[in-house]
Write a protein that binds this ligand. Structure first.
Ligand code: SF4
Length: 228
């Protein structure tokens, strides 16, 4: 609420304002996620821009594409949270779809910045958020009395974790503490997801390695299916 108030006042003032680490809230499948962008700039025309500061260098005006992509995805989430704040104002201030990425210039301690277009990341994030299942709906599917209390015995906790369906992908290794557990479970079940999202996408309805091998040997599968 304090960020919304500060943004409202800065927009009404009609000048340049920089909000340092404002707190934002984004509803993720019914659960509030608290976000803290490095900065938000309010333009004299009332527009808002997300500023993201990173430690990877920008050499001769360009930076590592994978790292810029990660920063763009992160900034798109902030822009989305800002859009929700803007939507509650009348008239709604425009949230710019270019974010300002600030990095060290070459290998120096000087900053440099570049505008990054996040329209694609915004639409992907919007779609993903719309498809997410609400935590209450997942909880309703769990057996009565399931708890993830870390003080419970290991066997009980393992059973609780196993009762929640998971779709492991190699990307989980960099992002989730359950990655080794989910990877072992996916490998044990022969799920194609453990080979990566790209392969999974290409295999269509063939969800297990057994299905893929059977289709490859011509033992199973619809020959008209392009994945077979
Ligand atoms: S490793 Fe984490 S993110 Fe990946 S499937 Fe398991 S619980 Fe989900």
């Amino acid at each position: 609420a304090r960020t919304a108030l500060a943004l409202r006042e800065a927009t009404a003032a009609g000048g340049w304002t920089l909000l340092d680490h404002p707190m934002l809230v984004l509803d993720v499948a019914g659960t509030p996620a608290f976000l803290e962008p490095d900065a938000v700039v309010v333009h004299p025309d009332g527009g808002w821009t997300v500023v993201e500061i990173k430690s990877f260098p920008m050499i001769d005006g360009s930076a590592d594409a994978a790292k810029v992509g990660g920063a763009a995805r992160q900034s798109a989430v902030y822009a989305l949270a800002l859009e929700r704040v803007a939507a509650r104002m009348d008239p709604a201030p425009p949230v710019r779809h270019h974010v300002l990425l600030v990095c060290p210039k070459d290998f120096s301690n000087l900053p440099t910045a570049s505008a990054v277009d996040v329209r694609k990341q915004l639409s992907v994030t919007r779609r993903q958020l719309a498809r997410l299942t609400r935590v209450e709906d997942i909880a309703a599917e769990l057996p009565e009395g399931t708890t993830f209390d870390v003080r419970r015995p290991a066997a009980e906790l393992t059973a609780a974790v196993e009762s929640v369906p998971a779709t492991y992908a190699p990307e989980c290794l960099a992002a989730c503490e359950l990655a080794f557990h989910c990877r072992a479970r996916a490998r044990q079940a022969g799920e194609v997801t453990s080979l990566g999202r790209a392969i999974r996408g290409e295999l269509g309805g063939l969800t297990s390695i057994g299905d893929v091998l059977a289709a490859a040997r011509g033992e199973a599968g619809d020959p008209d299916d392009p994945a077979v």
